[in-house]
Design a protein around this ligand. Structure first.
Ligand SMILES: [Zn+2]
Length: 726
């Protein structure tokens, strides 16, 4: 924000002085009108507008100021982004006062119901463009605070259920705002087209509203191709009323019976529900009658906590005790992620003490859900693998993947043999199947039709995220404290529409201002560990436990994996090519194959496998750290701790000859400072590891000591579950 302010300031300062110069020139008749015009043409539309505005208003008193529509739009936009930045701009420029901005604002109709300004804006911008005028209609409700205040402007009480005149007035108090948002399937637009204050609208009412909305959008040139909502009972029964079946999840467009409108259950909600179902039922069975156990996941957490290291995944107590964070999609996505599956597989296959863990089915389950989530949530046309956009060229691939996953999900059973699809916890699974069927149907049609086929389809466009972000935007305007009241919601909704300069009085070209800018530009962070690991992933790896175990195979594998990160980051720092090669050389300097199993398991082509010497240095450092730091129950307050550790490590390593192939290089090469490359390289590796390790240890130290009691009772319980086969 600060940078933005600065750059705006900078540009404006330039404009200002130019303007003054220009006005001065005109004043003294030094400049012909034609010359002025040609000067003005050199500016972009916004800068030109600002310039003209300055020329027009300079020297007039403040009641004489007149502003064009474009300037108003510009002012509203800046004010929307930051009122403080706007106030600052006003000290430089001649711009409308804040109270006049409020007046412009309130001239826009933002009462409940269908928003005509938004609809006509859509008609102007995308209504006539093929492909771009096709959209997904996303529906969700947001809780609002019950309200019953007197509105002196309208002369009535507000806070009632309000369908914008579409239905009879009611004297019930509203508890939620039901919002309809249209999201372009191609092209980068999304707009809230309608909202209603309801108290949990019945499926009947909601169905009517959806049909009405589809018709109105059609009148304004927008074709709805899919309807997305979460899997609540009301929504599912709305789907049924619209005529959708699980196997044929579509209905005909009310204005054109040749068009199919598909139903989608939001995959983020489904993912959370799948996690909850597994967590609550504790065990489910797959198509081969193999058990999928929640306990396998908690066991992984326990192993990691005891060992003090994480096997390259993000699992933490928060993920396992998910009840407290039940709304967070990210946690569910991290539990049901390929890195957790990799770690579980590593435990079963590569670690001797855990081979009795029969977690194969759990691993398959997690991988399948992870793939499904990626397929149904593709963000980028450039991604590959499961995250790739759906295209004609890879159609066989994704239809096969999706139908296999559909078969897998349909075969899942509970302990007593009931299919999950007919169980009371079926929502997540039916929801996924509806979405799979819809995505296959919709994508096939859009990609293969003869007229204006799509080049690719991003399944993310079908998600509810867009609306969730809109809600969080509305909440943040209330200071994140509370759900907004009816009045606050209206005001926030209005300024959010206005941010896109949608106002009947403003002409269309002011939209140039941020035509390209999406409604809300926050993107959800990428959810899984990326395939070529980045340095930030390193924090994932380490967790310290006071009762640290003796180093076993598990820890050794984690250390080797970390060694790979360290080599990667040092390779960009070290200036000597031979030293870099030495860290990678594995012919004479082969690491023990038993330590690289986790890395091999996680490798998808991008991981670094460091030499045995690098591993030796790091494991020696870890020995010293665990003796000096981890085993003492206090956080040491030694001033030169890092140096002490380094000296001890060097001492222990003095009898080894590391990097055997590079003896001659190390013999010859000495830095100007007199230090040898050999010592320098070892020090760098030690220092890097100490920093990573102790940073993480410090972060976890308090947390660990504070929650120790709770943790161990849960672990005790879990061990019972694990070993008594409950
Ligand atoms: Zn060197």
């Amino acid at each position: 924000m600060h940078n933005l302010q600065r750059s705006v300031h900078h540009r404006n300062a330039t404009n200002k002085s130019l303007t003054e110069a220009l006005a001065e020139c005109r004043h003294q008749n030094l400049l012909s009108e034609a010359a002025e015009q040609s000067l003005l043409d050199g500016f972009g539309p916004v800068a030109k507008e600002i310039l003209l505005n300055e020329i027009k208003n300079v020297g007039k008193n403040k009641h004489g100021h007149r502003f064009s529509d474009n300037i108003r739009a510009f002012a509203l936009t800046v004010f929307y982004y930051s009122p403080r930045a706007y106030n600052f701009l006003r000290t430089v420029f001649c711009l409308p006062s804040v109270s006049s901005l409020r007046d412009y604002n309130s001239s826009v109709d933002s009462s409940p119901g269908f928003s005509i300004p938004v609809l006509s804006y859509l008609q102007r911008t995308v209504g006539a463009k093929p492909c771009e005028n096709e959209c997904c209609l996303v529906i969700d409700a947001m809780n609002i605070r019950k309200d019953s205040s007197w509105d002196k402007n309208s002369g009535k009480f507000v806070g009632h259920v309000d369908y914008g005149g579409l239905m009879e007035e009611s004297d019930r108090i509203a508890t939620e705002a039901l919002v309809f948002m249209a999201v372009g399937l191609s092209g980068r637009w999304k707009m809230p087209v309608a909202y209603f204050f309801t108290d949990h609208a019945s499926a009947d009412i909601q169905t009517n509203l959806v049909v009405d909305c589809i018709k109105r959008l059609h009148d304004y040139g927008i074709t709805v191709r899919a309807v997305t909502c979460d899997g609540t009972e009301v929504n599912l029964s709305m789907f049924r009323r619209l005529g959708m079946e699980m196997d044929e999840p579509y209905f005909s467009h009310p204005c054109n019976s040749n068009i199919k409108v598909f139903g989608i259950c939001d995959v983020c909600h489904m993912l959370k529900l799948v996690r909850n179902t597994l967590g609550d039922l504790r065990i489910i069975y797959d198509n081969k009658n193999k058990p999928i156990r929640w306990a396998h996941i908690t066991a992984l957490l326990d192993v990691q906590e005891l060992a003090g290291f994480r096997a390259a995944n993000k699992l933490s107590a928060k993920h396992v005790m998910y009840r407290k964070h039940i709304m967070k999609v990210k946690l569910a996505a991290q539990v049901l992620s390929s890195s957790v599956a990799d770690a579980l597989e590593f435990l079963r296959v590569d670690c001797h003490n855990f081979q009795q863990l029969d977690n194969e089915a759990t691993v398959t389950f997690i991988r399948n859900i992870d793939h499904l989530f990626d397929l149904l949530n593709s963000h980028s046309p450039f991604a590959r693998g499961f995250k790739a956009a759906l295209r004609c060229e890879n159609m066989r691939y994704w239809t096969e993947c999706l139908s296999n996953l559909r078969d897998y999900i349909s075969s899942l059973k509970t302990a007593d043999g009931t299919l999950l699809l007919s169980h009371r916890r079926k929502t997540a699974f039916t929801g996924f199947i509806i979405s799979i069927n819809s995505v296959i149907g919709l994508a096939t049609e859009l990609l293969t039709r003869e007229v204006n086929p799509f080049k690719y389809i991003l399944t993310y466009k079908l998600s509810q995220d867009h609306l969730e972000l809109f809600f969080s935007k509305i909440r943040s305007r209330g200071g994140f404290n509370n759900n907004p009241s009816v009045i606050q919601f209206r005001a926030a909704y209005r300024s959010l529409i206005l941010k896109n300069c949608v106002s009947p009085s403003l002409n269309a070209n002011c939209l140039q201002l941020e035509n390209d800018d999406e409604y809300i530009s926050i993107h959800r962070k990428s959810r899984t560990v990326s395939e070529t690991p980045e340095p930030s992933d390193i924090s994932v790896l380490i967790e310290t436990c006071v009762e640290s175990l003796a180093k076993n195979q598990f820890v050794e594998n984690c250390l080797y994996y970390i060694a790979g990160f360290i080599v990667r980051s040092l390779s960009s720092v070290v200036s000597c090519d031979d030293c870099i090669l030495a860290m990678h050389e594995k012919i004479l300097d082969t690491p023990d194959p038993s330590v690289s199993k986790l890395s091999s398991r996680k490798d998808r082509g991008g991981l670094i496998f460091p030499s045995g010497s690098v591993y030796k240095i790091i494991s020696t450092t870890e020995t010293v750290i665990s003796r000096e730091v981890v085993h003492s129950s206090k956080l040491p307050n030694t001033s030169n701790l890092a140096l002490q550790i380094q000296c001890q490590v060097l001492d222990r390593l003095s009898s080894y000859s590391l990097f055997p192939l590079f003896d001659s290089h190390f013999h010859d090469s000495i830095f100007l400072s007199g230090e040898s490359h050999y010592l320098q390289l070892i020090r760098l590796i030690i220092r890097k590891f100490v920093n990573i390790r102790l940073k993480d240890y410090g972060k976890k130290f308090l947390q660990k000591t504070q929650f120790k009691g709770q943790q161990s009772s849960r672990m005790y319980f879990n061990k019972m579950v694990l070993f008594q086969g409950w």
